[in-house]
Design a protein around this ligand. Structure first.
Ligand SMILES: [Zn+2]
Length: 209
């Protein structure tokens, strides 16, 4: 990576613009209601470089929808810091931990959407059979670990396993895919499923009383 140049490589320009688009989309789609939480990343399979949202605090962003691209952070599965002047989102360890464990993943979205957060706040797996739609099993919820640590990355990657999504205890959720559109589709699907599961659990409980 000696010749790494953030301004001249065409692929790098595309990937940083993709990260900016994804970061903005977090707030626009309601998956970051505060406009300050959540982040995205993409992996360039050719170079192995991982492009991650920059820290909103460092970028002086009032809202993630202000992301422009220059503020992204670049690393790899060994956590090598490629752009020393850039400051990443605190959850960059979680993004890297997932890419390390899942060579098939090319994009990750970390959200604080309302309905996934309800189950995350309860540190509860989301039961899928109650939703019907032919679904079985659960969306797993990782144990609570303090945000922004390598440990939260490890437990989240573990809970994710080979699935497309998992919740992060007392925190939020992560979604993986072949690109950001794919990961966002899963995040929006999860909001629908968690909403429906919560309502169904409540209705079931009320019917028993
Ligand atoms: Zn978060």
């Amino acid at each position: 990576m000696e010749n790494y140049n953030v301004f001249q490589d065409f692929d790098q320009k595309l990937f940083k613009e993709e990260v900016a688009r994804g970061t903005q989309r977090l707030n626009i789609t309601g998956l970051s209601p505060s406009g300050e939480s959540g982040d995205v990343s993409v992996r360039d399979k050719k170079s192995g470089l991982i492009y991650v949202s920059g820290s909103p605090v460092w970028c002086f962003q009032k809202n993630l929808r202000d992301a422009r691209g220059w503020e992204r952070f670049v690393t790899d599965v060994d956590e090598t810091i490629m752009v020393p002047w850039s400051d990443p989102t605190i959850e960059w360890y979680t993004h890297v931990a997932i890419y390390r464990k899942r060579p098939d993943v090319e994009a990750i979205v970390h959200t604080h959407g309302l309905w996934a957060s309800v189950f995350a706040a309860m540190c509860m797996d989301v039961p899928l059979d109650i939703v019907n739609e032919g679904l079985t099993g659960v969306i797993r919820c990782a144990d609570y670990v303090a945000a922004g640590t390598q440990e939260v990355g490890a437990v989240t990657a573990e809970a994710l396993g080979d699935d497309d999504c998992c919740l992060m205890g007392n925190h939020g959720a992560v979604f993986v895919g072949k690109d950001l559109n794919d990961a966002f589709d899963k995040a929006l699907w999860c909001e629908h499923v968690c909403h429906k599961a919560y309502m169904a659990l409540l209705a079931k409980k009320n019917n028993k009383n």
